[in-house]
Each structure stands twice: as structure tokens, then as C-alpha cells.
Design a protein around this ligand. Structure first.
Ligand code: NAD
Length: 467
């Protein structure tokens, strides 16, 4: 672990020292050249290849994440992101020519992507590999020095990053600082050129407040309640499979793009509940507590939080499937609830776990009003064959992203920006958007000494004003 020392003073001094070293490195332009960026990105690919088993073991230790999920949703996504950056970087780094206007004739104009400096990446516990490395590779590709602060709630991954980063990466420009809220507070006292934060909107506010002191720009990748609208005009079998794998097959619901609640029509609800039940049983067996294909709840705090949400509605008999739990193993079975009260905790807070409420409405269009009266989610989903409904959903729902007829797959297309709006965040990344998130777009206009327009210069005679 990168020791930040015991006690506030020594912690601050250690962090100051690290940031000072990184700033020197950036000022000496060590991180700016194409070769350095490529060397670091290739080193990350080598690190993933050589230490894959260690990363998988850390994901298992922190979350019991099934191997298939760990590989598909964490390892392979980071590898693909890194490969894309390596392929496109030279092209993206080139100044981008833009047209000029007659008012500046003769001239040429371009946009130069300039590294920002020393940046801080703060990551969460739920996808501790992906959500740490993907922003870090964006920062490196854009030519920045970077500190990664992984989540203390995924301690195995955090310790592993602290161990392997110095073995593979340029320690003078890329560092890991471990710790929780107090260590992050110490980090936030420093001046950064960008802070990239993934986590809870409540902590996002703390980050933004700290950043404001130095006018540091932020990207906030936050969460929210992602709705899934299911229209009766859909292929229910396929929809049920995709909802189940998108909810419980993604870290057992502990994912920012996980379906938080479903809305369907009263007349279709029973069919939908049955389809979901059958699919859950087909995927995870009759006793899901025995399934090896589900992640556990990350820790006892989150287990308690989720059982509180469940207990409140269980009293009112809304659980239509699941509900089993095992406190020792930190395991809660996939659980469906039908029409919990809108003012219950489960409908007020981001669930971030294996519970899935289903709300019913008279007409499918009524669901749009429910979504639009809440805070803006990170993702919204619709299952329907009805093209008009699809279009209406896209045009009237304000959300980080929309996916029609599937769940969570929007993150797998690097041509789409990944980020929230309103309460679900600001800024975006993935693919070229990652490079842009960590670059300043410097406008450059170049003129020669010809093309003098006399009207531009005083004295502003009446004749000049007529021109
Ligand atoms: P969190 O906000 O509790 O923690 C995120 C990071 O902030 C951690 O590194 C943590 O150490 C640090 N932190 C915690 N308390 C702090 C404080 N008081 N001051 C400074 N730093 C502090 O979030 P989490 O529990 O790790 O993750 C779950 C949340 O993150 C959910 O809301 C989820 O939707 C969101 N999330 C969003 C995305 C996305 O890409 N938009 C991805 C994953 C998770």
C-alpha cells in the first residue's frame, strides 16, 4: 500500500510529496509525449495479461464475483478500452483542423488536445477493476500524471493495485493512494487539474465542493434509479432473460446501470412476473442461495441497508418472489416486489442490490410521467416492438443513456458517451470521450501579416463605420 502515514499531518505531508513529484514529472513534460503514453498503456495490457489470475482472485475475494462475469464485465472491457486507445491515439493527438471565417482571412485554425496536468481518479467498489482502470487509461492516453484512489470497500483489489502499479507503470507519474473517506479528504486538499469521481451523489457533492476551492473541473459518474419500462408488445421470453441477466447477472444488482425498478401495465404485470420467475429459476435454480453464478452483497453495512428496504415493504406483503437471505454469507436472493408504495424507502433510494420492484400503470405511456417526475437516472430502458413508443421514450426521457430492448449493453459501445445528467452526474467517458475528458481543447488561430483591413483600426471615421 502507498502509505499516507499515520495521523493527519504525516498523511497530508505524504500526499503533498506524491502530488509534488507527479507535478514535477508533468512540468518536465515526461507524460506528454506519444511514446510515454503508449508505453504506459502497453504496460497496463501486460499487467492485465500477467496478473489476470490475481485480479480475478481479488474480485472473488471482494465480491464473490463469478469468473465469467469478472472476465466479461471487468477484465475484457478494460483490455478492449486500452486496445482502442492504442489504435486511435496518434490520430486523436493530432491537431484537428477546423474551417476559418472571412473575418480572419487569411488564417488557419485548429484544435489542439492538451493534457490537463495532474489528475485524481476516485473509484467505487462495485466494479473495482473496470471503474478504476478505465478512467486511469483515459488520463494516461491524454498525457496526464494520475493518482488512483481505489475504494476501501473492495480491499483486495485496492491492495493489489497498490502492489502491481509500481511493478508495471512509471512510478514518477502514476500512483495509487489507498484509503477511505479520511484519506480521500486529505487528497482533496491538494490542487488537482481534474478530479474524476465515480460513486454516490452524496459523496459527489463533497468532491465538487472540494474541487471548487481550486476551480478544478470534475467528472462525476454517479448513480440513481434506472427504470425499465416493459410494454406488452414485446418478445417477453427474450425481455425476461435480458432483464434477469442485466439485473442479477451484473454483480447481483450492485451496478450503477442495473435496473432499479420496472414499470408495466396492470394487465401485463402477472405475465411479466411469471416470465421473470421462470427465468430466475432457469438461471439460478430453485434455491438461488446455493447458486455460484451470483455475486454476494459487498459487506454487512450494505446487507443491513438492503434488508431494511426489504423489511419495510415485506410488512405490507409486496414480495412476490425471492426474499431469502443469509446474513453470514452476505447473500440475498433475487427478489421481486409488486407495487410497493411510492413513498417506501425502496422507491425513494437507489436500491443497488438484488431487489426489483415492479410498478403498474394503466397505460404504458403513464410510465414516462413517473420517470420524468423523479431525479434523472443514469440509464433508462424500454422493451417494446412499437417504434412510435421507442421514439417517444427517446425524445421525452431525460437520462444519462437509453437502451431499447436490452439492459446495460450501452456500456459496451465505446462510440457512445458514458455519463449521467442532473443527479446521475456530469461529464462522460469511454472511447474518444475518455481522451477528451482528460484533455483541454485549445483553440489555435494562426495568421500571417497580410490581409490588413484598415476599417479595423482607429480612428473609427464615419466612412469606416459604413463598411
Ligand atoms: P461512494 O460514493 O461511497 O464511494 C466512492 C469513493 O468515494 C470511494 O473511493 C470512497 O472511498 C470515497 N469516499 C467515500 N466517502 C467519502 C467522503 N466522505 N469523502 C471523500 N471520499 C469519500 O460510492 P460506492 O458505495 O463505492 O459506489 C456506489 C455508488 O456509486 C452508487 O450510487 C452507484 O450508482 C455509483 N456508481 C456509479 C457508477 C457510474 O459509472 N456512474 C459506477 C459505479 C457506481
Amino acid at each position: 500500500m502507498e502509505a499516507v502515514g499515520k495521523g493527519v499531518d504525516s498523511a497530508s505531508e505524504r500526499v503533498e510529496e506524491i502530488v509534488g513529484e507527479l507535478r514535477r514529472s508533468f512540468t518536465e513534460r515526461r507524460t506528454v509525449g506519444y511514446e510515454w503514453r503508449v508505453a504506459q498503456l502497453k504496460a497496463i495490457l501486460r499487467m492485465i495479461e500477467e496478473r489476470e489470475a490475481d485480479f480475478m482472485a481479488a474480485l472473488y475475494s471482494d465480491l464473490s464475483k463469478p469468473q465469467m462475469e469478472a472476465f466479461l464485465h471487468e477484465i475484457s472491457l478494460v483490455r478492449a478500452a486500452c486496445e482502442l486507445l492504442l489504435k486511435e491515439l496518434k490520430h486523436w493527438m493530432k491537431p484537428q483542423k477546423v474551417p476559418t471565417k472571412i473575418t480572419t482571412f487569411p488564417s488557419s485554425a485548429c484544435i489542439v488536445s492538451e493534457p490537463l496536468g495532474v489528475v485524481l481518479v476516485i473509484s467505487p467498489w462495485n466494479y473495482p477493476f473496470l471503474l478504476s482502470l478505465e478512467p486511469v487509461i483515459g488520463a494516461i492516453a491524454a498525457g496526464n500524471a494520475v493518482v488512483l484512489k481505489p475504494s476501501e470497500v473492495a480491499p483486495a483489489m485496492s491492495a493489489l493495485f497498490a502492489k502491481v502499479f509500481p511493478e508495471y507503470l512509471d512510478n514518477s507519474s502514476i500512483r495509487v493512494v489507498e484509503g477511505g473517506a479520511s484519506e480521500t479528504t486529505v487528497l482533496l486538499e491538494q490542487k488537482w487539474d481534474k478530479i474524476f469521481f465515480t460513486g454516490n451523489p452524496k459523496i459527489g457533492r463533497i468532491i465538487m465542493t472540494a474541487a471548487a476551492k481550486n476551480l478544478t473541473p470534475v467528472v462525476l459518474e454517479l448513480g440513481g434509479k434506472a427504470p425499465v419500462v416493459v410494454d406488452s408488445n414485446c418478445d417477453l421470453k427474450v425481455a425476461a432473460k435480458r432483464i434477469v441477466v442485466g439485473k442479477w447477472g451484473c454483480n447481483n444488482g450492485q451496478a450503477c446501470v442495473s435496473p432499479d425498478y420496472i414499470i408495466t401495465t396492470k394487465s401485463f404485470a402477472l405475465q411479466l412476473v411469471n416470465a421473470l420467475k421462470n427465468t430466475l429459476e432457469a438461471f439460478y435454480g430453485k434455491d438461488p442461495l446455493e447458486s455460484k453464478d451470483l455475486s454476494r452483497i459487498v459487506n454487512s453495512n450494505h446487507f443491513e441497508r438492503l434488508t431494511r428496504l426489504l423489511d419495510e415493504v415485506e410488512v405490507s406483503d409486496k414480495v412476490v418472489h425471492g426474499g431469502q437471505r443469509n446474513k453470514e454469507l452476505l447473500f440475498i436472493a433475487p427478489t421481486l416486489l409488486l407495487d410497493p408504495p411510492l413513498d417506501s424507502l425502496i422507491m425513494q433510494e437507489e436500491i443497488f442490490g438484488p431487489l426489483l420492484p415492479i410498478l403498474t400503470v394503466d397505460k404504458v405511456e403513464d410510465s414516462f410521467d413517473i420517470i420524468n417526475t423523479g431525479t434523472k437516472p443514469l440509464a433508462a430502458y424500454l422493451f417494446t416492438k412499437n417504434k412510435k413508443l421507442q421514439k417517444k421514450f427517446v425524445m421525452t426521457t431525460s437520462t444519462g443513456a437509453i437502451l431499447i430492448n436490452d439492459i446495460a449493453l450501452q456500456i459496451a459501445n465505446p462510440n457512445l458517451p458514458f455519463g449521467g445528467v442532473g443527479e446521475s452526474g456530469m461529464g462522460s467517458y469511454h472511447g474518444k470521450f475518455s481522451f477528451d475528458a482528460f484533455s483541454h481543447k485549445k483553440g489555435v488561430l494562426v495568421r500571417g501579416f497580410g490581409g490588413e483591413a484598415r476599417a479595423r483600426y482607429p480612428p473609427y471615421t464615419p466612412m469606416k463605420q459604413k463598411l
